[in-house]
Design a protein around this ligand. Structure first.
Ligand SMILES: NC(=O)c1ccc[n+]([C@@H]2O[C@H](COP(=O)([O-])OP(=O)(O)OC[C@H]3O[C@@H](n4cnc5c(N)ncnc54)[C@H](OP(=O)(O)O)[C@@H]3O)[C@@H](O)[C@H]2O)c1
Length: 329
């Protein structure tokens, strides 16, 4: 597994990490034993970065990772998030709340110092406010957190966060259905030495190529209840792409792949190969998914013509998705 620097932290993280929203909630039920098996399968396959948040399952994702760290977590970097336990109002992003939230995450994860804490898609005013970073710098100085970053919805928010001197990483949606970050965000992050974590890389599974117009998701899965942004930003579900348009675009992308290379594997390798990306963090619901996502990193060293796939990805995006997607985020 290739590794890359996590910003200026001195840490290296695997080019393919693991997203663990699935181990908390909003994707239908996953039991504790299965959740631990997903973490184990990823780590066994060389993954050293787990992304989580204090709100995933109201702490369950963090607690499961905490159990895993206690058993065998030496080499794992945990990137958690804070900010969504209260309403999304700038007034809630106070130094006092940062302390309450980070204390809870330390307990959930069972660690003294949190490796990386990302603001969890805060309002733009919070990203623009120098006081936000003063409070985070204070937590670093005290050893509560080792580093901080910002998870964002839009490219404008990403650029604002990248401009701050002590931001370690920006987490943003980036996949073949979401190419806008390639325009300015990736070059700016590379120039500033800010790590990019690419989230929702499989467009919530649309880029698995497995779904059809008849696919039904459980009622407690956001792919059933947030297609139009009913519960949170529409872009977090299928990357904001209309379901049937996405199925057709995924089928086109799959059609150019050589035998033996799956669409999710090609997608993850293509993202991980983009200059400026530190790690791509697919979510996995099963150990098999976790393993095959980690194994996709091997395509960085051969087995797929990534340059030719890149040309095709851009062509499909421009023809079928750009008009709907590019202006929004
Ligand atoms: N605001 C934020 O900061 C934010 C928002 C969203 C996500 N995230 C983070 O980013 C991570 C990744 O995004 P995501 O989980 O939303 O979306 P994603 O990674 O694009 O899609 C995950 C889904 O893809 C399918 N999948 C995964 N691996 C597969 C494989 N090998 N073969 C076939 N299908 C596969 C599974 O669908 P099935 O369930 O149908 O099997 C899985 O639930 C999250 O887990 C979370 O850590 C952060």
């Amino acid at each position: 597994m290739q590794t890359r620097p996590l910003g200026a932290t001195g840490r290296l993280v695997s080019a393919v990490g693991l997203g663990t929203w699935q181990l908390g909630a909003d994707w239908g039920a996953v039991d504790d034993a299965d959740a631990l098996r997903v973490l184990g399968a990823s780590a066994d396959a060389g993954v050293t970065l787990f992304d989580t948040a204090d709100v995933y399952g109201d702490g369950r994702s963090e607690q499961t990772i905490g159990r895993f760290l206690a058993e065998r977590g030496d080499d794992i970097t945990v990137a958690t998030k804070m900010g969504r336990r209260l309403a999304q109002e700038p007034a809630n992003y106070t130094p006092e709340n940062f302390r309450i939230w980070t204390e809870r995450s330390r307990q959930n994860l069972g660690v003294e110092t949190l490796d990386l804490v990302q603001l969890h898609c805060p309002p733009s005013a919070v990203i623009a406010d120098a006081a936000t970073y003063d409070a985070l710098d204070e937590l670093v100085a005290e050893g509560v957190i080792a580093a901080y970053g910002v998870s964002v919805e839009t490219c404008a928010q990403a650029l604002a966060a990248i401009a701050r001197p002590n931001v370690t990483n920006v987490q943003i949606i980036l996949n073949p259905f979401r190419l806008k970050p390639l325009d300015e965000v990736l070059p700016a992050a590379a120039d500033a030495g800010v790590a990019i974590l690419a989230r929702v890389p499989l467009a919530s599974g649309l880029l698995s190529g497995r779904y059809t117009a008849a696919t039904i998701f459980a009622a407690d899965d956001h792919r059933a209840f947030n297609r139009h942004g009913e519960a949170f930003d529409r872009g977090e579900t299928f990357s904001g792409v209309d379901f049937e348009t996405g199925i057709a675009a995924a089928a086109e992308l799959a059609s150019v792949l050589p035998d033996g290379v799956s669409l999710p594997a090609a997608t993850l390798a293509w993202i991980a190969a983009l200059p400026g990306v530190s790690s791509v963090i697919p979510g996995a619901r099963t150990p098999a998914q976790a393993r095959s996502n980690a194994d996709a990193a091997a395509l960085l060293d051969g087995g797929l013509d990534l340059d030719a796939f890149d040309v095709f990805v851009r062509e499909v995006y421009d023809r079928t998705l750009r008009t709907d997607i590019h202006p929004h985020w």
